[in-house]
Ligand binder design. Structure first.
Ligand code: FAD
Length: 325
């Protein structure tokens, strides 16, 4: 930003990536500024990095790639959307003090023995797994209300249970994989529109049987660890049933404009360069073809550096496909 030839336009919303009549070359973007004025920004190179959902929505709105159709299993824009499975065990102790109001994002301990293919899946009937972690992030007294099973929902017994358990409760989480299915995908919503009259993004998702089986197994392993710590009581909570958009579970949403080696099943190559539109790059977790049992941002950052490196050292020297389709 300190460079004289750099301009950052803040509070602007990109509406569309423009392409020429062949559809194989991006010519710029249109955007709207904070006064509501619409602009066209011509460009030789367009890099979209607007988060998983908006990356996919912009590509669908701009007609980049073919929209995924779960019936025919054809099309790439919107395919391989994946979520994550959030599981955990809560341990209630007597006479322990975990000082739950103290914490920091990176204070914690994790084990990876039951993540993805780190263990033998023979006979288990599922694949995938999760990262088992205790991460004290600082739980505010009103937001954090650990209550043992069968506590009344209100009144003096509820207050007493909260007081008795606030300091002496801890939990072990298991952030686990979610593998893509043919029926989980992203598309433009036929009904709901944004203030500019453009369709919002629609998420079509439910947990696959594989992920629910994996959640049962891995949470069982967490429960074994928890039991050996001799708590007074435990709540074991694997992910079960159907996905609901209501309770917060995870913000680790991935896929929809995925990286791959085959243009018929992926949208970008390993440099995040769009197949068939070589001067367009789409950066973010939208490129993940699957979701493992990890937080995504380290990998998002690594992919961004990798793409930037390829643009600088390969693409700018000879603009065009860095890998031929
Ligand atoms: C509540 C929450 C907790 C999270 N916790 C973790 C965690 O603990 N660990 C972890 O690894 N990840 C976590 N994540 C995920 C993490 O935030 C994302 O992986 C990461 O931010 C992705 O980076 P990005 O650059 O792709 O997108 P973003 O960081 O979302 O950046 C995209 C930018 O594009 C802008 N933008 C979007 N649309 C447009 C448009 N049309 N025109 C112009 N600009 C646009 C946005 O304003 C934004 O500034 C969390 C996410 C949430 C929501």
């Amino acid at each position: 930003m300190r460079k004289e030839n750099f301009t950052a336009q803040t509070n602007c919303e990109v509406l569309e990536v423009l392409t020429d009549s062949t559809g194989k070359r991006a010519t710029g973007v249109t955007y709207i500024d904070s006064s509501g004025d619409k602009w066209e920004q011509p460009a030789d190179l367009v890099i979209v990095a607007a988060f998983t959902f908006e990356n996919v929505r912009l590509m669908l709105l701009s007609g980049i790639g073919e929209a995924y159709d779960p019936v025919t299993n054809k099309g790439t824009t919107g395919r391989n959307y994946a979520y994550q499975t959030a599981n955990g065990v809560t341990l209630f102790f007597d006479n322990k003090n975990f000082n739950p109001f103290i914490g920091a994002g990176a204070v914690g301990m994790g084990i990876d023995e039951f993540n993805n293919d780190n263990f033998d899946h023979s006979g288990l009937g599922f694949f995938g797994g999760g990262s088992i972690r205790v991460t004290p992030i600082g739980s505010a007294p009103i937001g954090y209300r650990p209550l043992p099973p069968n506590t009344p929902k209100w009144g003096s017994k509820w207050k007493r249970a909260l007081k008795d358990n606030y300091l002496s409760t801890m939990s072990i989480g298991c952030e686990a994989s979610s593998y893509t299915t043919r029926t989980n995908y992203l598309s433009l919503d036929p009904n709901y529109k944004d203030p500019h009259g453009r369709p919002l993004l629609r998420i079509t998702f439910d947990f696959a049987e594989n992920d629910l089986k994996m959640a049962q197994y891995c949470t069982g392993k967490v429960a074994e660890i928890a039991k050996s710590m001799n708590p007074r009581e435990m709540i074991v909570k694997p992910m079960t049933g159907h996905w609901s958009s209501v309770p917060y579970q995870s913000s680790h949403v991935v896929g929809g404009f995925i990286m791959g080696s085959d243009p018929s099943t992926s949208s970008v190559n390993k440099h995040l360069q769009v197949w068939d539109v070589p001067n367009l790059f789409v950066v973010g977790a939208s490129a993940f073809p699957q979701n493992p049992g990890y937080n995504p941002t380290g990998t998002v950052g690594a992919l961004a550096f990798k793409a930037a490196h390829a643009i600088r050292h390969v693409y700018l020297k000879r603009p065009g496909e860095m890998i031929s389709a």
